[in-house]
Design a protein around this ligand. Structure first.
Ligand code: DHB
Ligand code: MG
Length: 226
């Protein structure tokens, strides 16, 4: 059997596929769309997860039967809305945002999405807030999507605060391919250190998936807390 040569992932083709898959599989309501629009309107970076990834997080939470979710890096709460909508009425997302202005935008977006009662937005540095969560009920899913330099610290807290069997997801582990470089700056160094921790620390069993979507070429690491 003759296999066709692999196609180069040219941007118009991958964007076309991203649009096709999103339109086919991901129904976004006005609140989700408004939360994306709020980023540009408020002068915030447009670095929310792609719709396909938002729904992926939502499905992971449902597959895990999650009731308690921890998110590090709220931005405008686009991913937070997807996660909150995966939870039962009694469920809770604790989401940490370092920038107070972003946290205010996130709260408005969560209100509009009808999930504000299920989400606790904590404004402040995650390094300061995470220790205060020790002793609370353990988390079933942790999504790490903040400053990449701190991924090792965040993974350590995810392991401490998650229950055995929890799902850990780390965003942005490919960074347009720069992850293979050892001299690509502090963010990539942080991503690589996090991936090495997922390999070496016996608390985790992990893999990673590359993503090619409207946000470019990146990827997600997915780990089980053993
Ligand atoms: C950046 C951060 C993100 O979380 C993301 O999804 C994309 C880009 C950044 O800091 O550049
Ligand atoms: Mg991200």
């Amino acid at each position: 059997m003759v296999h066709p040569a692999p196609l180069d992932p040219v941007p118009d083709r991958w964007n076309g596929v991203d649009t096709y898959l999103t339109e086919t599989l991901v129904a976004q309501d006005d609140a989700l769309i408004a939360s994306i629009a709020s980023l540009a309107a408020e002068g915030m970076p447009e670095i929310e997860v792609a719709p396909l990834s938002g729904k992926f997080l939502h499905l992971l939470a449902r597959l895990a039967g999650a009731r308690r979710v921890l998110e590090i890096g709220t931005l405008g709460a686009y991913s937070t809305i997807w996660l909150a909508r995966a939870l039962p009425e009694c469920g809770r997302v604790v989401t940490i945002e370092a920038e107070p202005r972003n946290a205010a935008v996130a709260r408005r977006n969560l209100e509009r999405a009808g999930v504000a009662g299920r989400v606790d937005v904590r404004a402040g540095r995650a390094a300061d807030i995470l220790p205060s969560l020790a002793g609370s009920e353990p988390f079933d899913l942790v999504f790490i999507d903040a400053d990449k330099e701190s991924n090792v610290l965040y993974l350590d807290w995810a392991a401490r605060l998650g229950r055995s069997g929890a799902v850990i997801v780390v965003d942005n582990v490919v960074r347009s391919g720069h992850v293979v470089e050892t001299d690509a700056g502090s963010q990539v160094d942080g991503v690589r250190a996090g991936l090495e921790m997922l390999r070496d620390d016996p608390r985790f069993e992990a893999t990673a998936l590359q993503t090619l979507d409207r946000k470019g070429w990146d990827g997600l690491a997915i780990a089980l807390l053993v």
